[in-house]
Design a protein around this ligand. Sequence first.
Ligand code: F6R
Length: 248
Amino acid sequence: MKIVIEQDYQKMSDRAAAIIARQVICKPDSVLGFATGSTPVGTYNKLAHMNKEGLVDFSKVTTFNLDEYAGLDENDQNSYRYFMNQNLFDHINIDKENTHVPKGNLDNLNEVCAQYEQAIANSGGIDLQLLGIGHNGHIGFNEPGASLDSLTHVVDLSSRTIEANARFFESAEKVPRQAISMGIKTIMKSKQIILLCSGKDKSDAIYEALFGDITQQVPASILQLHPNITFIIDKDAAEKICAKGLDK
Ligand code: F6R
């Protein structure tokens, strides 16, 4: 496990973009796993810039997103498909046919989940998965208590996550109560993982993920067992780590 502490959000984002670009340069038909939320936006901006500069070519890349809200159409401005188009896919030379976000607006969500998991397997598996982390240690929408053995599945969102994500909606009442998420096992099967974390408000969560017990109560703590993971953290998020030192 590697821990990289960067000065600020921009440097964290640049570092992550460089690792993703290196992956695609070394393997042009890479399968990338992407996250939504505020944290990866700087990384996506940087990748779009690098693509425009001719430094990295996404034409053969396939992507799978971690999650999607249940019940939202992909044209809904709060859907994660819409987010990915706006923040990345519309700005790089990727074939949209090769970009996958779970479809949250279909009737049989369990079937959607099984097909999504199968599509990841059929692609050869995820070469590099990008993750953020929630205040309660969630990854994807795997909330505290989630099974460490789970594949892509339908989840009930915790009240803390609904509250945190309400900033994107008119009110907390409008936030969907369910989502589709890759499971922890799906994430752990990725060949390489980068987890990004920014801001003082995540300082406790990242500390617990890195140095706390491996427990279902902090889903990100399972990542301590991944053989090829890099945590890229800005200085604010590293506040508690730096205060306590790298030894537990
Ligand atoms: C979203 C996802 C979530 C976010 C997490 C942090 O696809 O997987 O686990 O990474 O909720 O969100 P932000 O970055 O908005 O703080």
